[in-house]
Design a protein around this ligand. Structure first.
Ligand code: 6PG
Length: 257
């Protein structure tokens, strides 16, 4: 696991963009396409705007890129809470990505239907004959102050899902927005060739300290917080890379880093 600390959200976005550009070139060279799952929430917006900026937009080969989503809130795509909507406003509406290469979760549909449809999308996009789980080249993730990631929340059944690639889930009562979600499951997150957490702000410092301590523990998965269960390097036969990208505020309780 690699831990990178940057001074602020803008330099965090620069570091993340550089890793995405590198991963993209390697994936296209090796397999003819780059598959990336975008994170929701607010933290990634700075990265998405940077990828769409004149300084970066031509660094990715959008014709050979396929966009997926780690999770979605069950609201219409134009809703302010939509993860797709945030990505569309900050990135997707500004880059030459072919429309059929953007695979959004259909938040406007009943959760069970959106789950089934996205599972079909993943099955069509990834060949299950070559790997037990869809292998995305890059998975971007955030983390909530409760240690959730994507829409895998502590104590919810979705966290323990071990056979489906996609599940619909309710959220704990304390979570906002209080709407059902659709999320990739933990086996898919752990099958990623590269998984990158993006975290910023003092509010994340305490949970970052706790989760990174759990992530590096040799214990099993059962008691760990959701974000601590994302350990692609332990997957066999194809271990993935795990990177935690933090700004200085989110890393402020980690001691000497
Ligand atoms: C979501 C995200 C979620 C997010 C974290 C952090 O749908 O909310 O997928 O996992 O990444 O809650 O969100 P912030 O970046 O807004 O802190």
């Amino acid at each position: 696991m690699e831990l990178i600390v940057q001074p602020d959200i803008e330099s965090l976005a620069q570091a993340a963009a550089a890793r995405i550009v590198t991963a993209s070139a390697a994936a296209i060279a090796a397999r003819g396409r780059f598959t990336i799952a975008l994170a929701g929430g607010s933290t990634p917006a700075a990265l998405y705007r940077l990828l769409a900026a004149p300084s970066h937009v031509d660094r990715l080969d959008w014709r050979h890129t396929e966009i997926f989503f780690g999770d979605e809130r069950c609201v219409p795509p134009e809703h302010e809470w939509s993860n797709y909507g945030m990505a569309f406003r900050t990135l997707l509406s500004h880059v030459p990505l072919p429309a059929d290469q953007c695979h959004r979760m259909e938040g406007e549909l009943p959760p069970a239907v959106a789950e089934s449809n996205y599972a079909h999308t993943m099955a069509c996009a990834f060949d299950s004959r070559t790997a037990p789980w869809p292998q995305l080249d890059m998975i971007l993730l955030g983390m909530g102050e409760d240690g959730h990631t994507a829409s895998l929340f502590p104590g919810m059944e979705a966290l323990a899902e071990g056979s489906k690639t996609v599940v619909a889930t309710e959220v704990p009562a304390y979570v906002r927005p209080q709407v059902p979600r659709v999320t990739l499951t933990l086996p898919v997150l752990n099958a990623g060739r590269e998984v990158m957490f993006l975290l910023a702000g003092q509010g994340k410092a305490a949970i970052v300290k706790r989760v990174l301590a759990e992530t590096s523990s040799e214990g099993g998965q059962v008691q760990l917080l959701p974000a601590a269960r994302v350990r692609p390097a332990r997957v066999r036969p194809a271990p993935g890379r795990l990177t935690w990208l933090l700004d200085r505020a989110a890393a402020s309780l980690l001691g000497e880093v």
